[in-house]
Design a protein around this ligand. Structure first.
Ligand code: ADP
Ligand code: ADP
Length: 224
């Protein structure tokens, strides 16, 4: 069974149709990129998958559970802007992503957070504040926070588009590394087709207004 199942998803904002019948199934461990022109509904799709948007028609399930019945508890989200807490250090920022019923002071939780910090290549920076980090490092804190829940599906909304070209290439390889080592299912939204083809197993193209799936392309490339 797919870990993520979207069936005839429709979403409108007043008169604006944002998504007009999207079908999508993502298998466990797959890396799917969703591309399409600005305004085609990419962010709306991620907001529905993550449970941030509860008003929609159709069926959306994560791990077999409807997102409106708790399925979205099993997704982690990474945004374009890292959105870190400025007054908190890296460890505290990552701990924000832990499940609500986990006390971040418990040794097991601290170990988990330190593991994640290491996973994203920030060992030695656990006590740093966001203003002491580069843009790329801040984005990796955001990635670690998104993984803190150990989500079945990691959703990324244009996570690299605010970064310069070299930092972007670096972060893309970090993400591939994390994906390969953890086996997390990834859905990445981007307007950058080159990025999508480089990173993903499968590229889903959303149509222009209103958003429907125009095509699905299997990518078969050798990654470096
Ligand atoms: P993308 O991420 O592909 O740029 P969005 O999902 O942000 O597309 O937007 C899809 C459509 O829905 C656009 O026409 C956009 O203007 C509209 N839209 C998105 N969010 C809102 C909102 N909160 N209120 C009204 N319209 C919105
Ligand atoms: P990124 O941090 O993603 O590589 P940058 O290239 O902007 O993005 O990094 C800015 C600076 O931070 C560089 O000088 C880099 O060497 C340093 N830096 C980044 N990550 C680490 C790390 N894990 N340990 C030590 N220095 C780092």
């Amino acid at each position: 069974d797919p870990v993520l199942a979207v069936d005839d998803l429709r979403k409108r904002y007043g008169e604006t149709v944002a998504l007009d019948g999207v079908d999508l199934a993502v298998a466990d461990g797959e890396f799917v990129a969703v591309v399409g022109p600005s305004g085609c509904g990419k962010s709306t799709l991620l907001r529905v998958l993550s449970g941030l948007e509860a008003q929609f028609d159709g069926r959306v399930a994560v791990g077999g559970t409807d997102v409106r019945a708790g399925g979205s508890d099993d997704v982690g989200m990474v945004f374009q802007e890292p959105r870190l807490l400025g007054w908190a250090d890296v460890r505290e920022n990552v701990a924000v992503g832990l499940p609500a019923d986990v006390d971040p002071e418990r040794p097991a939780a601290r170990d988990r957070v330190d593991d994640l910090i290491e996973t994203v290549g920030l060992d030695g920076f656990a006590d740093s504040r966001p203003d002491e980090l580069s843009g790329g490092m801040a984005q990796r804190v955001s990635l670690a926070r998104g993984l803190a829940y150990d989500p079945a599906v990691l959703l990324l909304d244009e996570p690299f588009s605010a970064l310069d070209r070299l930092t972007k290439a670096d972060q893309q390889d970090h993400l591939l590394d994390v994906w390969e080592r953890r086996g997390t299912t990834v859905v990445l939204v981007t307007h950058d087709v080159e990025e999508a083809v480089y990173l993903a197993d499968r590229v889903v193209v959303l149509d222009g207004q209103p958003g429907t799936v125009a095509s699905v392309v299997d990518v078969d490339v050798e990654r470096p």
